[in-house]
Design a protein around this ligand. Sequence first.
Ligand code: CDP
Ligand code: MG
Length: 751
Amino acid sequence: SHTVMSNHTGMIDVIRDRTGDLFKFSKNGSSVVNERRKNRDRQRNARESVRSDNSALEKVVRKGSNGTRHDGRGTRTNPPPRYSRADIQRQRQALPAYKVREQFLKVVRENQVVVVIGETGSGKTTQLPQFLYGEGYKERGLIGITQPRRVAAVSVAQRVSEEMNVKLGEEVGFSIRFEDRSSSKTRIKFMTDGILLRETLQDEDLDKYSCIIMDEAHERSLNTDILIGLFKKLLARRRDLKLIVTSATLNADKFSSFFGNAEQFIIPGRTYPVDIMFSSVPVMDYVEEAVKQVLRVHLSAENKGDILVFMTGQEDIEVTCSQIEEELDNLRKLDETIKPLQVLPIYSTLPADLQARIFERSEYRKCIVATNIAETSLTVDGIGFVIDTGLMKLKVYNARLSMESLQITPISLAQANQRAGRAGRTGPGTCYRLYTLTAAQTEMLPEPIPEIQRTNLENTILLLKSLKVKDLSRFPFLDRPSIESISTAQYQLWSEGALDNFGDLTLLGERMSRFPIEPTLSKFLILSTLDRFHCSKEVVTIVAMLSIPPIFVRPNNDMGLQKKSDSSREKFQVAESDHLTLLNIYDQFMSHGRNEKWCQHNFLQHKSLRRASEIREQLVQIMKNNKLDLTVQDCEDWNLIRECVCAAFFLNGASFKKYGQYQHLRSGLEMALHPTSALYGMGDLPKYVVYHEVILSGRVQHMNYVSTVKGEWLIEYGGVFYSKRVRGVSSKEHQRRKETEYEEYLQASKK
Ligand code: CDP
Ligand code: MG
């Protein structure tokens, strides 16, 4: 996506800027020259005041703060890592939400549904649940708060437990997929919207809740949208249940009118002006440009607030962080008066303890490099500068390949404003947009497209079917998904045997819906319990391993280490199958006592592997609850496991074309083996394979996690799809095999 910049050019540029050269930015198309002059003045003033009168500046900063903002110079002694209790209470009381507590509670008392509108950072997420708690709703049931993002659910639960001075997991808890930190004591429960949606499967009236706050509803995540639809009927059945929908932006009318003109409650907020600067020329490399801009800001406007950079995803964030650190190190060697920066990444798969660091007090100025998670769901105080790449990673669905991929796309105008606003929360700020005004006007949509209109609906439809929503065309969608995407998903589910010819759930489908994982994976698990395969113990491991981020550490910048990492990976490989390779790695991890040193030595992510074992535990529990047998004995014949992989993933079948190249059996599309695959580099490549998923790298479709399969397996398990495409098995035999397999399906479902 970007080329890594050379140190030299970057550095020279920065130094030039420092000596008074110009920004390449213009403000809303207004005179660039004026802007430059202003900037230069600003720089000079800033530097002069730093140099000449430190104490005066300190005073100004103190005055402007509400006791929480650090002055960037840091104290020489070790600063407290966290805010003190008194600090926290002071912060709380300064929040706009705090001042309208009584009014809010009154509106909730008098209405079943309330739509709350407030600026981000006004205290909706952290304060509203506490108000309800104090008002006695906790006696009537749980106070549930849903978040579209896992990171937000965890960090906000942490924060609220701190504010209430209770242990996380007791009065205040959270629940995200595969991780439940709530208990019988829990009264305030933060969770992802996916979790609440799953809970409706067990308890369709959500009886244990007295209030539900659907937070961040403006984000229009798939699960939130579906929940909102379900609430329409649920609220009529449960007159005592309170629903609060919060929205950061002002397009809350949609929610209000959906619930029959529901009451709106506005939290008055205060924001400061933010100067917006567009790039005057298109930016070629947004990572490089963002790094430069961070350094420009840091050098020209010290002590003027922290920096927040909006990047696309983990990979870019990591490169950006290390580039900033490297460049700054070089500069500090030349001029030691330059202060260090506390560079902090934040993205959803970052381990929780590292995520929490963005909220901690820092001795130095913070530079947070984030995904769009920092747009609305996380608020960090004291941001004075926003650097916005104008891009995000968006899940895009390709119905033809039934492939979901994350693609880098321009954000919407609404998001651009939201991002800029992050700089004006505690004082006036500046937002540097790494794109031109023209690009914003021509390439950006006014609002983001709701997830429901751009995603694979397979899981959602499986869930709605198990909630006995018979007629999807009559479901009250806030925004309707297209007919095509509904029928594609239904066809997919039918192909997998989850729906019958009438579109009703089969018993297999019913079982599949019990697992909070993608349908093919749950099918894989269920099939492995059949007598014919009898390898559920192994398959549950493979499924857990497929549910974590890549486990191999491959150092970015060090060729030597990369080689070592690659050869370590090869040691674990089982020649004909990546699925079996995953199994092998996990088994060895366990037999080495889950040892961290062992992981490091073998370039394996210890945290991810530990997570895999936690996920495995949870899956085993769900299997038990659904009376699916977990095999006790080890599976002696690993070919059976591969056969089971084939039975579950036959729709992802591909046949050998030429070296390293395969062809998707159903669509004819070309796909390549992923370089990390165990099959890659094999002398004699198998004729048929199935894969877990496709990932796009550039224009090449790579099959990720591949297993060798036999042609007759493909016919046996994917009959209708493959009878003509796979040769060597007679159709009579295929028919016979098909029938026995059906019998087994039915048997399995009746157990
Ligand atoms: O939900 P909303 O955007 O309205 O605000 P919030 O998330 O409730 O945040 C209110 C305040 O709590 C902000 O000033 C945050 O900086 C602070 N906060 C924090 O310090 N640490 C957290 N983990 C979460 C919030
Ligand atoms: Mg919030």
